[in-house]
Structure formats: C-alpha cells, structure tokens
Design a protein around this ligand. Sequence first.
Ligand SMILES: NC(=O)c1ccc[n+]([C@@H]2O[C@H](COP(=O)([O-])OP(=O)(O)OC[C@H]3O[C@@H](n4cnc5c(N)ncnc54)[C@H](O)[C@@H]3O)[C@@H](O)[C@H]2O)c1
Length: 315
Amino acid sequence: MAEVGTIGVKPIKVKATEVRAIEVKTIAVIGAGTMGRGIAHAAALGGYRTIIEDLLPGALRSAETEIRANLDKAVELGKVTASDADSAFGRLEYAESVEEAAREADLVIEAVPEEMESKIEIFTLLDKICRPTTMLASNTSSLSVTEIASVTYRARKCVGMHFFNPVHKMKLLEVVRALETDDDTLATAVEVGKRMRKEVIVIKESPGFITSRINAMIGNEAFYMLQEGIASAADIDKALKLGLNHPMGPFELVDLVGLDTRLSILEYLHKSLGDKYRPAPLLVQYVKAGRLGRKSGRGVYEYPEVSAVKQNLSS
Ligand SMILES: NC(=O)c1ccc[n+]([C@@H]2O[C@H](COP(=O)([O-])OP(=O)(O)OC[C@H]3O[C@@H](n4cnc5c(N)ncnc54)[C@H](O)[C@@H]3O)[C@@H](O)[C@H]2O)c1
C-alpha cells in the first residue's frame, strides 16, 4: 500500500498499483506576484521547465529580478551551488498570455489574487486551452478548491497546492484534496512538492485549511488589540516573538503576506465559519487606504526602500 498523506487519524492509503504520480516536465505559474514568483523559483530549482505569466508585464520583470537576487543569495549562503542556480534561472520562461504559458504545461499552478471570481475565470480558461491530461492546481490560502474545480470538465485533475511566503525559504506545502481530486493527481502534487524541496502534508478541503485558519485568527486578534489601543504594533509583535516564540510578529507577518490577501481570507472564513472571523475594522481601513504591506511600501509598518523602487519604476 502506498501512503499519499494523512487525514485525521487515518492515513490515506491506496493500493500502490492504483496510484501513479504522473510525470511532470513543464509547470506553468499564472500570476507573478508575491507567491507566483516564489513558486516559479522553487519549480525551476526542482528541475522543471517553468513558464510564468502575469496580467502586468511589470510584474514579470520584477519577478525575474527578484528570483535572480534570491538565487544569488542562496548561492552566497551555500544553500545552492552556483551552477544549480544558473540552471534553475535558465529553466524559467516568461509568457505574454495564459494561453502561451499553459498550452504545453503538464501542471498549471494558479497564484492570482484571493478572489473566487478571479480563480473561476482562470480555471475556466485553463480548462479550454490545456491538454486533457494537464493538472490544475490553485495556491489559494482559503477558498474551496472543489468550487473552483467545478467550473472545469476535469475536477478530478484539480488540487490545492498551498505554498508559504516566502516560498523559496518556507518548508511546508499543504496539498488540498478537493471532493473530486483523484489519487493520481494527489500523488503527483505530493511528488512535485517534494521535488520542490518541500515537506508535504495532505489535507481534506476545509475553509482556510490548517495554517490560514489559525493564522487569520491570530492576525485578526492583533488588529483588534491595536485598534483598542492595548499596545503598539511593535510591542504586540515583540510579545508574540519573545513571549510565545513566534519567529515573526503578527504585524510583520501580515505586512509580508499582504493586508489585502489577509482581508480576503478573513472575509471568506467569516462567511463560511462564522462570526469569530469577522475582519477587524482597522484592517479593513488600512486596505482601503492602500496600505497593503511590503508590496505597496506601507502596511502596518513603512518600507521606504520599496516605495523608492516603485517610484523609480514608474518614472
Ligand atoms: N501572500 C501570501 O503570503 C500568500 C501565502 C500563501 C498563499 N497565498 C495565495 O496566493 C495567491 C496569490 O497571492 P499573492 O499574495 O501572490 O497576490 P499578489 O497580489 O501579490 O499577486 C497576484 C498577481 O496576480 C496577477 N493577476 C491578477 N489577475 C490575473 C490574471 N487574470 N491573470 C494573470 N495574472 C493575474 C497580479 O497582476 C499580481 O501580480 C492568493 O490566492 C493568496 O491567497 C498568498
């Protein structure tokens, strides 16, 4: 028997002869934002031909620069050899449309913003243009992969692959089994995750999976505390780092994740799991003000270096 993961107390076991990880050579990544560029980095380093696409050409350019810088840093730290870094960089391709990116892919990983409409739009298009054998994965942090997959004629080939930020450093991959995901697709997602050097856990679909559900709760509570004036953002971060041994404070983390992404997750969890996930009004206000975190130059904290780069790019 092969074990492809564990759900609850029961390992998911299927007869080895029945499970076949499908060979993946080419991966397309749709969306080159915070996550898409990291997923592309890890896929290329895992030996896959990796084609990345974004609506905004500027996002592709900055993804290329950031991936190069992160690979160079990994070489400097002795984590990757210079030749592996160069080979990985050479395996990356940049496409001008979803069609161009996905038509030769064996696996497409979608990393567009956390909105059901956007995911459904992309999956509908992918289902039309991809080969019938192509698997479709979503990097959604919270949404129902079953619902996303339902717009396709290949629900059994759809799966959740939830990576963590920054992808090139974070070890975990949550592989999410949706209602119709078949064993081969699940086994393939696990195999690809391992080749991307991740520790893989398999979970049954549920809003926010494991990590987003717990993390959204902590992060939201931190915003309520800030709003109530209980302590400064820096002290709330310090309390969780030094008192609870979290590697990052909740505000440092939300600035990295993106306040808009966190708000979308909370809105979905609020709708599906109830009032305890109601987004803190202060978080909503920050997003309205355009304070989205590191990526916009300002979130809970300020990032003058990012603002300066953005100004240079637009001038
Ligand atoms: N940010 C995190 O820490 C984190 C962690 C795990 C998972 N996720 C999930 O990853 C997904 C992406 O999040 P992100 O933080 O990278 O968002 P982001 O806003 O940083 O990037 C999204 C990118 O998608 C592009 N895009 C939008 N619509 C598109 C389309 N139709 N076709 C192609 N590209 C399109 C945007 O231009 C942007 O570059 C979300 O589902 C999010 O929940 C995020």
